[in-house]
Design a protein around this ligand. Structure first.
Ligand SMILES: [Zn+2]
Length: 391
C-alpha cells in the first residue's frame, strides 16, 4: 500500500477523450470480467492467511497464483519464478509472459504485489491480484501487438524489495538494460471501502522522481482515464504516483501509471483487511477498466472472437434502473425470453431484506436511503450490483 500523503494534488480537470475511440471488441472482453470470479479470487486470497514475505502462507499464495495461470491454459514455459532474499528469508516474484505479434520484444507490464502484512490483505493487495488474474484469463488467446508481462511481486510491504530486485537484476543486468518496457501499469489497494459509494478510481500519475518520464506518464495516465470511462462505469481522478511497485521502474526512467482506490480504507496492514471489509463490486468494475486499458496499452486485436448471441444474452448486461431508485426499481434482462429468475436485495453485511421471483418491477419503498447489494440469479448464473436508494 502507498504511504499517506498529507498533500494530495488532485487533478479533476476535464480533458478530451476524443483521441481514443471506443472499440467494441475491447468492451466485449472487459465485460468478460465476472463478479463471480472476482469474488472467488478475493475470498480464496483471504483464506490463504497473512502472507508476510518469506512465510509459508506467502509461498502458498505464490502457488495458488501459479495454479490459476495453469488453469487458464498458460504453460510452465511462460511462467518464471524469480527468487530474492530479504534479510535471512527468501521469497519469489512470479512473472508470466504472453508474446506479442508485432513487437515481441517490447513489453507492457501489468503488476501488483501479493505479499501482505499483519492481516490477510484482501484489499492490499488481494484486490489488484484478483484483477490481474482476470485480465490474464480473458486475454490468454487474444492476439496483442506488444508482449505482456503479468507480474506478481512479493516483498512490497518491506519497502518494494521484490520489485526493486526485479528492476535491478532482471530488467537491468550488470547495469545494462535487458528489457524494453513500453509502460508499467500497477494495481495496488483497489478494494474500496464497504458501505460507501465507491464510484471513482484514482489513476496514478508520475509527478516526481526522475523528471524525464513525467510527461509520458501523464499521457498514459490520461489514456487510462479514457479507458476507464469507455469500458467501466467508474469515474476517475488523478493522484501522484508514490510508494508502490512502479517506483523502482520510475527511478530507471520507465513510464508508469496505476490504479488506487479513491475512498481510502483504513484496514490495510491490519487483521481487518478481510473480504468482509472490501467492496467486491468496486473491484469488479476496476477489473473491467483494467482489461479495457490493458488491451489499449498492448494493442489487442479489434476483431471480436466473442459469439454475438452469448454477448447479448450474458447476464452481466442486466440493467437495474433508476439507480439510485426511489420507490420502484426496474429489472431489464438482456434476454427478454428469460422467464425464471430470482432477485434479492441485501444490506452490506449480507442480510437479506427483500426477495422476489420473476418480477421486473420491484417495490423498494420500504428500504431506507443507502447502499444495497442486488443479486440476480438465472439458473447457474449470478450477477451482483450495487443499488442505491435515495429519496
Ligand atoms: Zn499494497
Amino acid at each position: 500500500m502507498k504511504k499517506i500523503t498529507t498533500f494530495l494534488c488532485v487533478s479533476v480537470m476535464l480533458q478530451s477523450v476524443a483521441a481514443q475511440s471506443f472499440i467494441q471488441a475491447y468492451k466485449d472482453r472487459a465485460d468478460m470480467v465476472t463478479q463471480t470470479n472476482i469474488t472467488t479470487n478475493l475470498q480464496e486470497f483471504g483464506n490463504l492467511g497473512i502472507k508476510t514475505t518469506g512465510s509459508v502462507a506467502n509461498t502458498n499464495t505464490l502457488n495458488w497464483i501459479k495454479n490459476k495461470y495453469t488453469s487458464y491454459g498458460y504453460t510452465a514455459g511462460q511462467m518464471v519464478e524469480s527468487t530474492f532474499t530479504y534479510g535471512s528469508k527468501t521469497s519469489k516474484n512470479l512473472i508470466i509472459t504472453k508474446t506479442g505479434t508485432l513487437y515481441p520484444n517490447k513489453f507492457v507490464i501489468i503488476c501488483g504485489h501479493y505479499d501482505t502484512i499483519n492481516g490477510p490483505g484482501v484489499n492490499d493487495n488481494g484486490s489488484g491480484t484478483s484483477i490481474i488474474l482476470e485480465a490474464a484469463r480473458i486475454l490468454k488467446d487474444v492476439p496483442t501487438e506488444y508482449s505482456i508481462k503479468f507480474i506478481h511481486f512479493s516483498g512490497e510491504e518491506q519497502g518494494l524489495v521484490g520489485s526493486s530486485h526485479y528492476v535491478n537484476n532482471v530488467v537491468y543486468q550488470g547495469g545494462v538494460r535487458k528489457l524494453d518496457i513500453k509502460l508499467v501499469f500497477n494495481l495496488d489497494q483497489v478494494g474500496g471501502v464497504k458501505g460507501n459509494n465507491n464510484n471513482t478510481v484514482y489513476c496514478d500519475e508520475d509527478q516526481g522522481g526522475v523528471s524525464s518520464n513525467n510527461a509520458a506518464s501523464a499521457a498514459v495516465t490520461q489514456q487510462l482515464r479514457n479507458c476507464t470511462a469507455l469500458y467501466s462505469p467508474l469515474q476517475t481522478a488523478v493522484d501522484p504516483a508514490e510508494a508502490t511497485d512502479y517506483i523502482p521502474f520510475e527511478q530507471k526512467g520507465e513510464v508508469i501509471t496505476g490504479f488506487f482506490e479513491k475512498i481510502r480504507s483504513n484496514y490495510p496492514h491490519t487483521s481487518k483487511d478481510t473480504f468482509a471489509n472490501v467492496d467486491p463490486v468496486y473491484v469488479y468494475n476496476i477489473g473491467k477498466a483494467a482489461v479495457g486499458a490493458l488491451q489499449h496499452f498492448a494493442t489487442a486485436s479489434t476483431t471480436s472472437t466473442l459469439n454475438k448471441t452469448a454477448s447479448v444474452h450474458s447476464l452481466e448486461a442486466v440493467k437495474f434502473y433508476p439507480n439510485p431508485a426511489n420507490s420502484i426499481l426496474n429489472i431489464e434482462l438482456p434476454d427478454s425470453k428469460v422467464a425464471n429468475f430470482s432477485f434479492e436485495m441485501t444490506n452490506l453485511t449480507g442480510r437479506s431484506l427483500l426477495k422476489t421471483n420473476n418480477e421486473t418491477k420491484i417495490n423498494v419503498s420500504a428500504l431506507e436511503k443507502g447502499v444495497y447489494i442486488g443479486i440476480l440469479k438465472v439458473g447457474e448464473q449470478t450477477v451482483v450490483k450495487n443499488i442505491l436508494i435515495d429519496r
